[in-house]
Write a protein that binds this ligand. Structure first.
Ligand SMILES: C[S@@+](CC[C@H](N)C(=O)[O-])C[C@H]1O[C@@H](n2cnc3c(N)ncnc32)[C@H](O)[C@@H]1O
Ligand SMILES: [Zn+2]
Length: 341
């Protein structure tokens, strides 16, 4: 028996089929994207109804009609302050000015950057091996269809995520970092990634798009407490209930406090905020259960850095195993599980 469908619903189906076709041609993960001002709104539409041959096109928010460019495979979903020169006399807040400075610096450095490479013995950057190994070994991020690297940089952890998730959304506010990441991945890895230029405190992602993610060494650089709170809320919102997040950030551990180090540092163009464990707990607990929390990386911190290399490695292994490590680690590593609120 023939099914009777109204011309309106037939039309809608046709439109949907068209939209799906275009989406598939653009990117299979495009459905995960939203306007950063309307993350609960409908998905973004391709401004043109036919496929655009160039690798640049524009997506439009159906709620506010803002347009966002897609350039060289990077979806540019930054808030207005960073993408529209509306008013030459505009005065940005100190936080926006700080973010702009950091974005420029990350863009400049990205050109010379590669994916993670092991530092040789004796290198002053040897601590980067310790950090990478700690995350790779200790992050308890389950697998699934989609994982997100929140603040991916040049994507040190993207290959690691691609081993656990079918697809990865790599997010950073530095456009050049995302371009460097694209170049550093193999073709097979690249097609499984979506590259999104976005501010973590105003994420252009749909609710519950991902089952897991990493946010490694990013939170400390978000330049004010309100934005950090909003970044955690936005990250949580993008994860499914029960989804997992590994959060690593600078720790204002007791040893550092006693040593008289300041809690906030402005190092050239880079701002860093060193969280106490209590502050981190208060930030994440509205959205996540803390499954494990530990300090990592004592390797280059006083007094451990005075020891022979072999002992420094042992000190780090001890630090990671004990919750006492939270008192000494340079960073805190939290394995979080999204609660159902
Ligand atoms: C220290 S790097 C860490 C990169 C990467 N997660 C890793 O561990 O190798 C910090 C990254 O966070 C990005 N970032 C800082 N603030 C951000 C924000 N508000 N939104 C998006 N990305 C941000 C920077 O551009 C930079 O790439
Ligand atoms: Zn919008």
């Amino acid at each position: 028996m023939a099914t009777s469908r109204s011309p309106v619903s037939q039309n809608r189906e046709l439109q949907l089929a068209g939209a799906e076709l275009i989406e598939r041609e653009l990117h299979p993960l495009q459905h995960a994207l939203r306007c950063p001002y309307h993350p609960d709104g409908d998905s973004l539409c391709n401004r043109h109804s036919e496929k655009n041959d160039s690798d640049e096109f524009v997506l439009r928010c159906p709620e506010c009609e803002r347009e966002f460019r897609v350039e060289a495979g990077v979806y540019r979903l930054m808030p207005d302050e960073f993408r529209i020169d509306q008013n030459p006399h505009r005065v940005d807040s100190e936080s926006i000015q700080q973010m702009t400075r950091e974005m420029r610096q990350r863009d400049e450095r990205a050109v010379r950057s590669s994916l993670f490479r092991r530092e040789p013995d004796g290198s002053p950057l040897y601590w980067m091996n310790i950090q990478y190994d700690a995350v790779a070994r200790l992050a308890s991020v389950g697998g699934g269809a989609i994982g997100v690297d929140f603040g991916t940089g040049v994507g040190r952890y993207v290959p690691w995520l691609l081993e656990r998730f079918e697809r990865v959304i790599a997010i950073d506010f530095s456009f050049e970092s995302l371009r460097a990441l694209q170049e550093n991945l193999s073709a097979e890895q690249r097609v499984r990634c979506l590259f999104v230029q976005c501010d973590l405190s105003r994420l252009g992602l749909a609710r519950g798009v991902a089952s897991g993610g990493l946010c490694i060494e990013v939170l400390q650089h978000v330049p004010d407490a309100g934005m950090r709170k909003s970044a955690i809320a936005n990250i949580a919102r993008a994860l499914i209930d029960d989804g997992t997040l590994c959060l690593v950030t600078n720790a204002y551990a007791i040893a550092r406090r006693l040593g008289g180090s300041p809690q906030v540092r402005q190092d050239g163009t880079i701002y860093s905020y060193w969280h106490t464990y209590g502050e981190l707990r208060r930030l994440v607990e509205p959205y996540f259960e803390i499954e494990t929390s530990r300090g990592i990386i004592s390797y280059d911190t006083f007094p451990v850095r005075k020891l022979p290399a072999r002992w420094r490695l042992r000190a780090d292994a001890m630090l990671e195993r004990s919750s006492l490590g939270r008192l000494f680690g340079r960073d805190m590593l939290l394995n979080l599980r999204r609660n159902a609120n």
